[in-house]
Design a protein around this ligand. Structure first.
Ligand code: UTP
Length: 295
């Protein structure tokens, strides 16, 4: 087993075009669409911070500068809030603010695929294990998904992906893992990985839900990686190669996951997070009941 090290850095690939969300994403990155009152990317950064991540690496593209602005200090806004006595609002913003030097931004000049976006972060990550979080996937759970993964990684080392179960008829839409020996109630060894298996051929019902802890050797594999499915450089192809030399374990995530890159996932996320919020829950619940009753 490779000795576990501290997972200090997280990579957020945000260079995709978001075509499933046009026209909303023509000028606004999909990562900046809001779930209740926070942009999608903020939920994912908060999840990483809760897991002890100290450095946040964003792989951006053209038209994504607003993401960098979001994580910067807004001097005029902060002054105005202070002058108007809106100190709670100011405190909330400051609590979300990364500390100086905690963020890095690099550009993927062309959207050649998720694997390529990850490879663009190689110099910023360096020679250490790192977390990879797909910002489309927003998780809702008391314990951050990445925290659970880090706990498992500290026990087993190697590479860890987070998984959840899907119905048989949906396995062909996802990256599916094969189930090996149990590690604990929270995880198991992976003995196979298949990207979008043909119906009826999936090795299990566990799909990779967009969270990874990877060893830095993945970068040298990505360096020479050919394009795969969809003519894009795929992270799963690189993981399959890495799995020939290193262990992969799965962390069973037991919260809610919303695919905010799809319209229905985004709407479900908004409803679910709104129902968790003490300030708006009752009103939203009443409205939903009324709307559904009216159907
Ligand atoms: P998706 O395929 O879901 O994102 O990639 P997309 O291409 O933006 O969306 P659609 O399908 O056109 O609507 C998953 C994640 O990988 C990033 C995306 O930003 C998203 O967070 N990604 C994908 C990149 O950073 N670069 C790429 O070349 C491809």
């Amino acid at each position: 087993m490779t000795q576990p090290r501290k997972v200090r850095k997280a990579v957020f690939p945000v260079a995709g075009l978001g075509t499933r969300f046009l026209p909303a994403t023509k000028a606004i990155p999909k990562e900046m669409l809001t779930v209740v009152d926070k942009p999608v990317i903020q939920y994912v950064v908060d999840e990483a911070r809760a897991a002890g991540i100290e450095h946040f690496i964003f792989v951006t593209g053209r038209n994504k500068a607003v993401i960098e602005d979001h994580f910067d200090i807004q001097v005029e806004l902060y002054d105005t809030l202070r002058n108007r006595g809106k100190l709670d609002e100011l405190g909330n913003l400051q609590a979300l603010q990364p500390k100086p030097g905690q963020t890095s931004f690099t550009r993927q000049q062309e959207p050649l695929g998720l694997g390529h976006a990850v490879w663009c972060a190689r110099e910023l990550v360096g020679d250490e294990p790192f977390a990879l979080l797909l910002p489309d996937m927003v998780m809702q759970h008391e314990k951050s998904c990445l925290s659970g993964m880090v706990d498992l990684y500290q026990k087993v080392g190697g590479n860890v992906v987070s998984v959840e179960e899907v119905p048989d008829e949906d396995t062909h839409r996802y990256g599916i893992v094969g189930v090996g020996e149990d590690i604990s109630d929270d995880g198991f060894k992976i003995n196979a990985m298949v990207e979008k298996p043909m119906p009826g051929t999936a090795p299990s019902n566990y799909f990779i839900n967009g969270r990874y802890i990877l060893q830095p050797e993945v970068f040298s594999i990505l360096e020479t990686q050919e394009s795969g499915a969809g003519n894009e450089i795929q992270i799963t192809d690189a993981m399959l190669k890495l799995a020939e030399k290193q262990d992969f374990s799965a962390y069973r995530f037991r919260g809610n996951t919303f695919d905010c890159g799809s319209k229905e996932g985004f709407i479900r996320a908004n409803v679910s997070f709104a129902l968790e919020r003490a300030d708006i829950r009752v009103k939203v619940e009443d409205d939903l009941r009324r709307m559904l009753g009216a159907l």
